[in-house]
Design a protein around this ligand. Structure first.
Ligand code: 13P
Ligand code: SF4
Length: 348
């Protein structure tokens, strides 16, 4: 039914107000917050995306590191790598729009190959996933015959296909503990490998971890002095870090865990001030979901995640570019699926 321009303006204003309810108080940059005008500018896109989603039987999965207009404006599910992989596996939708980085969308395609998977950001990389190939894993395994190999989900399908199981930041410690033997290959995050070795020792199940040389270009920038500064400026602060951070940083924090783990810690804590050593998107989520708590954040933005926008989400729905449509070589996908399925089995 055609709408008059007045009716359209009313709809837009209502949508802007819906967005503003969720985004007011959320930082847009270091010194600005989402305002009603920002929400009014986003409203035509969120309205169109939500309408076309229904028409195409599409679902939007958004990682917490994408921007809040996506996370709260159009995402059907928001979460960490593990939660989104589970949603991708279970969905009844025909089309999955994955607002995240390439390895996440690729994982969704591998575990649910009958679905069309599209990524608004196109081939958005990840410094970890891009740090090694399946061939590199093969060479490493040849040097350490008989040693089980785990890969972090932040890896290419090719790398996953060469490993016994993959893990996410939410289940890495528990799954590593279940692996046989006292040696373990863990790729591609060398900083997470150090945190893993320390955690296994702390749990009384030590293993020597054989690592490769990758790191997250966002989390590897944090230093012990950032934790010290947060504590000096906010004496009652709780400092939370992602296990992709350096071990000397994690050692000074009150909690180390996945994005979901950090979110749960804040939700269940009676403390009021939290320092987050992780990507801006999670900071924005905590600001939106806990307006009564103070969230302090030194820095940390993933330019790969931020390549997703409302504009390219709409375009990926309506008229995708070839690089926004996820395809995986079938032989590689078969090997990678075994490693992802093993994770689902071991994570139970
Ligand atoms: P999570 O699984 O904790 O969300 O981590 C994903 C990621 O890319 C962290 O940098
Ligand atoms: Fe990769 Fe780091 Fe970005 Fe996560 S934050 S997607 S690990 S580059």
């Amino acid at each position: 039914m055609l709408q008059t321009s007045l009716e359209q303006e009313v709809l837009l204003m209502q949508e802007a107000q819906r967005l503003y309810k969720q985004l007011c108080g959320v930082s847009r940059s270091k010194n600005t917050r989402w305002n009603l005008a920002d929400c009014l500018a986003a409203a035509p896109y969120t309205l169109a995306i939500n309408r076309f989603k229904k028409e195409h039987n599409a679902v939007v999965l958004a990682h917490s590191y994408t921007t809040p207009d996506l996370v709260y404006g159009v995402a059907d599910f928001r979460g960490d790598s593990y939660e989104l992989a589970l949603k991708a596996r279970e969905t009844q939708a025909d089309l999955i729009i994955f607002a995240g980085v390439w390895f996440m969308a690729e994982t969704a395609k591998i575990i649910n190959p009958s679905k069309e998977v599209r990524i608004p950001a196109g081939k958005a990389g990840c410094s970890l996933a891009d740090s090694m190939t399946g061939q590199d894993v093969k060479k490493l395994r040849a040097k350490h015959p008989g040693v089980p190999a785990l890969c972090y989900i932040n890896s290419t399908a090719d790398v996953k296909a060469q490993c016994d199981a993959c893990v996410t930041s939410g289940n890495v410690f528990d799954i590593a503990q279940k692996m046989p033997g006292n040696e373990l290959i863990f790729v591609p995050d060398m900083l997470m490998a150090q945190n893993l070795e320390a955690e296994l020792k702390r749990r009384g199940t030590p293993k020597h971890i054989i690592a490769s040389g990758g790191s997250c270009c966002v989390h590897d920038k944090y230093r012990p002095e950032h934790v010290q500064q947060l504590r000096e400026q906010h004496p009652s602060i709780r400092v939370l870090a992602h296990p992709e951070c350096p071990i000397e940083v994690c050692a000074l924090c009150d909690y180390v865990g996945s994005t979901k783990g950090m979110a749960s810690y804040i939700a269940s804590s009676s403390d009021t001030t939290f320092g987050l050593l992780t990507e801006q998107g999670l900071v924005n989520r905590m600001e939106a979901e806990h307006p009564d708590k103070k969230i302090v954040w030194p820095f940390g933005t993933c330019s790969y995640m931020k390549r997703n926008s409302l504009i390219n989400t709409l375009q990926a729905l309506l008229d995708p570019r070839p690089d926004q449509i996820v395809t995986v070589d079938s032989a590689v996908a078969e090997g990678a699926k075994k490693s992802i399925d093993k994770m689902f089995e071991l994570a139970k």
